[in-house]
Design a protein around this ligand. Structure first.
Ligand code: IPM
Ligand code: MG
Length: 400
């Protein structure tokens, strides 16, 4: 699904790699490999059924573009615990290490999670562990609301402009998620104290800022950097470092915004944003808020990228939504976020821009043809037909 102009699409095609230092992300990998080894980790809840549709689409892409996609499935999350006693089984991790990229579904089951210690739960033991293990510091969350889906946006039409197109660039391996000390201790009988530590170093801020500015250069050339510089030491350093990095990108406009104002501006005037650059926690929160503007979490893919080495960018691709256990196994889930995550993989890890464009266009066609899963269904739209997970996957695969 694209709402970008054809000019912007063309620009993406001609992207060249970013400076290939250990700390930068290359958006387009120029390597010529034709066989791609992908680990498929479907996980829990709706994970397996949306993944099935993504695999359908990947098979269609493979055929159309004469590629070999070696897809190897492995258990993760509760599926990992049930199969091998751990949310991220050793064999699964070993497979990931040998692969070119990871296609991830979702993990965690609210009913079962409380039955095991928090460190062993899927979110911490699998998702956060993979982020850290593979140094996936750059999380890209494109939020797009095309005109045809305007009804799904909770904002009034006059606030939506010509549709929304925001890229949230979230730092993913630092800040409060990983800072030490992180613990809960008893300070006096019956009184507990929980400690999380927000910590960032200059290089950590620099490398994610470069990702944001480079992404902006390929879009509308504006970065809004989010911080809390009026209160937090981290915010002051964040603003200083982003300002310094911005000097290397004179063609990109930089704006700094406090996070509380950023949350408000997303509701009041989302069209002002092109790239939103956020530290880990703020990015977690604002990316969900931005996602709500697109009508459904079921539409939003994400890419988590590590540093580029040897012309290749290891990436982890997952839908923004969760396991949605309430609708799991009922053929109700929207597979589009999972499918669009495959497009991001083609683009960012493999440099296969044509394949990425083909997937996005196929999703656009399935929507234009009126296919709607329950989360994006509008009964007032006479062109819309309510379809299930597998029908939506079929429609996209057929349009490849
Ligand atoms: C996300 C999720 C995760 C996060 C959870 C599941 C640990 O909310 O990817 O945004 O907080 O990063
Ligand atoms: Mg989140």
């Amino acid at each position: 699904m694209r709402i970008t102009s054809s000019e912007r699409v063309e620009k993406r095609r001609t992207e060249i790699s970013f400076a290939a230092s250990g700390n930068s992300v290359t958006f387009i990998c120029l390597s010529k490999m034709k066989t791609y080894n992908i680990v498929v980790l479907a996980g829990d809840g709706i994970g397996p059924e949306v993944m099935r549709e993504a695999v359908k689409v990947l098979r269609a892409v493979e055929k159309k573009f004469s590629l070999t996609l070696n897809l190897t499935e492995a258990p993760v999350g509760w599926a990992g615990i049930d199969a091998a006693g751990k949310a991220l089984p050793d064999d699964t991790l070993a497979l990931c290490k040998k692969s070119d990229s990871i296609l991830f579904g979702s993990v965690g089951l609210p009913d079962r999670d409380p039955t095991i210690p928090k460190e062993e739960r899927p979110e911490r033991a699998a998702l956060l562990r993979i982020r850290k293990e593979f140094g996936l510091f750059a999380n890209l969350r494109p939020v797009q609301l095309p005109k045809v889906m305007a009804y799904a946006c909770p904002l009034r039409p006059e606030r939506q402009g010509d549709g929304l197109d925001i890229l949230v660039v979230r730092e993913l391996t630092g800040g409060m998620y990983f800072g030490q000390p992180k613990k809960t201790e008893e300070v006096s009988p019956g009184v507990q104290r929980a400690i999380d530590t927000m910590v960032y170093t200059t290089p950590e801020i620099e490398r994610i800022a470069h990702v944001a500015f480079k992404a902006a250069q390929l879009r509308r050339k504006k970065v809004t950097s989010i911080d809390k510089a009026n209160v937090l030491e981290n915010g002051v350093l964040w603003r200083e470092v982003v300002t310094a990095v911005s000097k290397e990108y004179p063609d990109v406009t930089v704006e700094h915004m406090f996070v509380d104002n950023g949350a408000m501006q997303l509701m009041l005037k989302p069209t002002q944003f092109d790239v939103m650059l956020c530290e880990n926690m703020f990015g977690d929160i604002l990316s969900d808020e931005a996602a709500a503007l697109a009508g459904s979490l079921g539409m939003l893919p994400s890419a988590s990228l590590g540093a580029t080495t040897g012309g290749q960018t290891f990436g982890f691709y997952e839908p923004a939504g969760g396991t949605a256990p309430d609708i799991a196994g009922k053929n109700l889930a929207n597979p589009i976020a999972q499918i669009l995550s495959c497009a991001l993989m083609m683009r960012y890890s493999f440099g296969l821009n044509d394949a990425a464009d083909a997937i996005e266009k196929a999703v656009g066609k399935a929507i234009a043809d009126g296919n709607r899963t329950g989360d994006i269904y509008n009964p007032a739209d006479s062109n819309a037909k309510k379809v299930g997970t597998s029908e939506m996957g079929d429609a996209v695969a057929a349009a490849i």
